[in-house]
Design a protein around this ligand. Sequence first.
Ligand code: HPA
Length: 273
Amino acid sequence: MSDLMNQLNETVSYIKSRVKSSAKVGIVLGSGLGNLSEVIEIEEAIPYTDIPNFPTSTVKGHGGKLLFGKLGGASVICMSGRFHFYEGYSAQQVIFPVRVMKLLGVETLLLSNAAGGVNPNYKVGDLMIINDHISFFTANPLIGKNVEELGTRFPDMSEPYCKNLIAKAVAIGEQHNIKLHQGVYTAVTGPTFETHAEYRLIKIIGSDVVGMSTVQENIAAVHCGMKVFAVSVVTDLGIRDDNNVITHEEVLQAAKEAEPKLTLLFTELAKSV
Ligand code: HPA
């Protein structure tokens, strides 16, 4: 067996020794979006530092716990705090938890992130359902030896975000009066926010938002056959006329304000799958 499968099996055995319930829905909470975890009826919370082979999170706004419990009655596993490439983890480390969730039985992955808007119609605080992405500006996490137990060498990416889940989310948005854009997320490595020229480029190539996460997790999830839904909270605007200074604090604040909409959307989605 490959080293990776050995590590994954060790991690999964450890988690199963602590958690009895199983979940079909996995959730990853983005920067400043940790409060959804307060709505989860938590059965078990395992700090990442306890979990064998798990990286540990270093960024402000990230809780760093794997939560097991019920969201709107549905059993979920929730990553409160994710791993970013810009923290110095390899792309393979970033996606390790997604693979763990898969081996724990997760079939549907709900991802969230804070992102910079480059679509001129977007406002700070808006939510955007990701219906496609551009991954070329960050490392593809599948580079390296393919582990056939997980998925194929050359995964198809024609539907990286499940159309069915997108349709469900649109219906939830209409029912609860939450405005939801749909668009393309472009992933960059960070940790720098973009220059004017970079935001312009990102817009020209067909993006609506830009961010430093999500796409590697999406690729790993698609590779191992999970269905993915992802939403961006627009926390700042890359395309604007003023001097365009963006801070991490501003991003966290905007995420906090948009959080109730995200919580409702994910709760309703978790119930529906
Ligand atoms: N660019 C990249 N990543 C981000 C941004 C941004 O403007 N906002 C939040 N994450």
